[in-house]
Ligand binder design. Structure first.
Ligand code: NAP
Length: 263
């Protein structure tokens, strides 16, 4: 771990998957970390916190349960992390959900659930992180989670894909407004990254199509590199985007997909 403290980062949805690895990477980079996820993942957050505390003595950590789709919980998350760790310099709005269904069977309930977490949740994290960063007047870094499905539509993913396109619009607009405050706003757009969410997509695709092999082979075949990614591939991009060197990169949604989609 870097011995120079670089500031404080919040990572939402950090109980597992991509968020967990981003939190671990930013801790290694020298950030103090506010770990956050929904209440049902509190034990995972506590376990990660204990693991990081042993690995990186001197690292300051706090665990905060928050549902990102609830405005009061996002405000309380940021207030509590700032109170405990002193500031907010990086917000990684990573939390997201997916549901897999053909358009003609997709329900409004699923549509609203996806938009409440992926779009409203990201908006709330951006908004309240930006308020705190502007008040601190030290610049900052805001990062969102888009997707390959936010660059190109995918079958059985109408709501999810629409929500991840929305993250790009939000990211571009926020970058324009916040640039003069030395706050950059970017998003990552992962392709197939091996997590529980990808497994859900694989199973859903197999269930709803004649393609019983799901998506793994197809994703490998259609990528330039020929293999799936892992969570470190996304975390290393985030590590760069939050670094001082990335001050001139803003408003971007950066693909990490092994070369499936080219902007
Ligand atoms: P994951 O393993 O499902 O982890 C997402 C985490 O967010 C989970 O702990 C989840 O809790 C939590 N979460 C769900 N709803 C929340 C809410 N309302 N408030 C706070 N936390 C909430 O997913 P992942 O694969 O790591 O994905 C992370 C992000 O990358 C997501 O935004 C996803 O859309 C995006 N992404 C992933 C891939 C991929 O291939 N894995 C590709 C493109 C984009 P529960 O488990 O209880 O729901």
């Amino acid at each position: 771990m870097s011995s120079i403290r670089k500031g404080v980062a919040i990572v939402t949805g950090s109980g597992q998957g991509i968020g967990r690895t981003i939190a671990t990477r930013l801790a290694a980079d020298g950030f103090d970390i506010g770990l956050s996820d929904v209440g049902s993942n509190k034990e995972k957050l506590d376990a990660l916190s204990a693991e990081l505390a042993v690995k990186y003595p001197g690292l300051r950590l706090c665990v905060e349960v928050a549902d990102v789709s609830v405005e009061e919980e996002v405000k309380a998350l940021i207030d509590s992390v700032v109170k405990q760790l002193g500031s907010l310099n990086v917000m990684v709005a990573n939390a997201g959900i997916n549901r897999v269904a053909p358009l003609v069977d997709a329900t409004l309930t699923d549509w609203e659930a996806i938009f409440s977490v992926n779009v409203r949740g990201t908006f709330l994290c951006y908004k309240y992180a930006a308020q705190q960063m502007i008040a601190q007047d030290q610049g900052g870094r805001i990062i969102g989670a888009s997707s390959l499905a936010g660059k190109k539509g995918h079958r059985f993913l109408a709501a999810y894909s629409a929500s991840k396109f929305a993250v790009r619009g939000l990211t571009q607009s926020a970058a324009i407004e916040l640039g003069r405050h030395r706050i950059t706003v970017n998003a990552y757009a992962p392709g197939p990254i091996q997590t529980a969410m990808l497994e859900l997509l694989h199973e859903g695709t197999a269930k709803h199509s004649e393609d019983k092999d799901g998506i793994y082979d197809k994703m490998k075949r259609t990528s330039a590199v020929g293999y799936l990614g892992n969570t470190e591939d996304v975390a290393s991009l985030v590590s760069y985007l939050v670094s001082p060197e990335a001050h001139f990169v803003t408003g971007q949604t950066v693909a990490v997909d092994g070369g499936i989609f080219f902007d």
